[in-house]
Design a protein around this ligand. Sequence first.
Ligand SMILES: [Zn+2]
Length: 723
Amino acid sequence: LALRALAVLLVAALALDALPPGRAEPTPGVSLDLDRVVPEPTETSDYLGYQEARGMVQRLSDMAPDFVEMLDLGPSFGLDNLQGGHDTFPVFAVEVTNERSSVPREQKKALVFQLSIHGNEKGGREGGMRVLEDLARPLLYGEDYRALLDDVIVVFTFPNVDGWNNEELPYRTGSCPPRFPVESVPCPKGSGYTRGNGRGADENRDWPTLGWYETRGGREQALSEPEMVAMNAYLLGFRGRTLAAADIHGMLSPADGGSGGQGAETVCFPAVGAPQPLPFGPRGGGERCLHEGHFVLGLMSARRADPLLTARDVRYAERSKAALNDMAAKEFPYWTSAPSLGYAGGPWMEWGTVWDTIGYTDSGFTGDWFGQTLGAAGLDYEMSYNHVVFDNHYVPEVNKMHVESVRAIVRAFLDEAREEQSVALKVDGTVAYLQDAREVTDADDPPQQGPHLNSTDDDAYEVPYRVTPQRFWRDLARSAPAGSVVPVTAEDLAAGRFHSAKTLVIAGDAWDLVKDSSTALQHLAMHLDQGKRIVLTDSAMRALEPLGLAKEGSVAESKQYLGYVDLARDHPLAQGVRGLARQTYDGVPLGFPVPQDAPVWVVAKDALDGADIAGTTGAEGNASLGKVQAGKGEVVFLGAVLPTPSEAAYHPYGLADYAVTYTGYQLLYNALGVTQEDAPLGQPLQPAAEPPAGQPRATSAPALPMLVAGAALLALALRRRDG
Ligand SMILES: [Zn+2]
């Protein structure tokens, strides 16, 4: 500890002068790049300190004044120091862009990288600092991206400066500050880097996100912490022009992502001593070690994402997965060479929804706010061995893993930002959906009682809302070929004016509009007799009973953590579902508290005659996805995808219309006869309407109307500028 303290003091002394930082003594036989301002992880003996890092950024800014700018956003909550005083530290962001380009700052697109919002998850800021230098000087891959910096501001944020500074000697031995009473955030006293800020608050639960908002455990409201007030005010400036955002975190160890609510981590690393299994997970016996699981997980945000937004998310996920796996094969072949063990093994990086990867979700996540408020594509990243492990012990190889992972993520985002993201849907016949004009609105919602009413910082988010899951169909129709997804009214349905459609879909509570109409029921049966298809989702599965396809009283609502289906993965209705994903919708943005409040409709497994079950939900094994032959046609049901948002729980920042996951999309597309084609990764930016000769675009001819309609797509495409 004495040596450690000395090192901290030395670093602090150097940082005071804002000079190039001190470096470790060269290791014999290791080649050093002594020109770097921010040393490579294997060329230093400690993590970067806060003051030290700011000195480095200042130095980079002096070296590249037209490209690098450090912005102080506001003071942190602060830490008590050894002398009995209290110090606060500026929360800051660094912008990298060509300030001399002809594009005005307010018109530039943004790429946002949030680094280490949990102060003990050091890898984000460790990697971000190196990337800053790579871009600024430019080193390594920096030169390749200079043209992009004419149009784009690459933003790096350092939101948790208390949790960072707490490791320094004057603070780590200080008294416990007035505590934010969240049990999972321990008092910083005596520890090094901390998850929370100086008050012990978890900044990554403090964002104004849609839907149910957690107030238990002493959590008061969004934007309760000064750091998040400052960050929110700054980042709102990029609303609507953020191409993508990444929120870079750490986890204890490699994780078996993609197992749907079971994605537990298991600690098993020699340096930690005896295996320390977490008390959950399918095989939480600590038997999995370094070579197992995924070293980086990508977590998709929860929001209303139309087909194009979903495709954008997937592209950033796939692009970063490819970049990370390439990097790992080159830099860490000995870490990844062990054979995978069942579902726990696999590539260096895997991605999925939050629940499908780490097994829980919550309100107030930055990543959800990035998606919901900034309109950004992107992911949260969880890097292994990047948490309390190695807090007080610097392992160069492990820090290198985090730094190289961040480099790969940023590179992937820069690459993707230069390209067009598009989606082309093909529809088998016409899909007609039953229209339901009802909306869930705050207009008839009694004023909410809740702690957020005390806050003025979140006033911008207290806006009226009118939401409906029907928005999903309107968004789908915009992305599909013109005329292929069309509404029918309840009157049309009762009069049989829908039989020209190959598929009729009745989603959720829209069933209420026709459930008492005997002529509607007759026309549904007639539709099936014509060899056509009816798709029933969510509460509309009740129609199985009057159609005579399920026994009376066998269709029921169950309450689950989130919307999900355990899939028979070789079933045609489950085709195209990635890995072990099973989450079909996010409940939190729709107002459903976790755990156990998200509706999933099921039909008793023994109540269907001759049904073809493709998926179940719940311990009882009741069916939530399947197909029943009826007449010459068929009825497909999916019990968890488009529930009506709920106002029952506290939802101070409004509700989302729908929150279908990429898995939910895939299951719906399978049910509806919709197929999606994506532009391949690496396709250069091209005018959308003019495919180069001899190079067929992924967007095939029938998709042209979609391209014309997809103004959002074109707006996303960066202008290609010459010279
Ligand atoms: Zn974290």
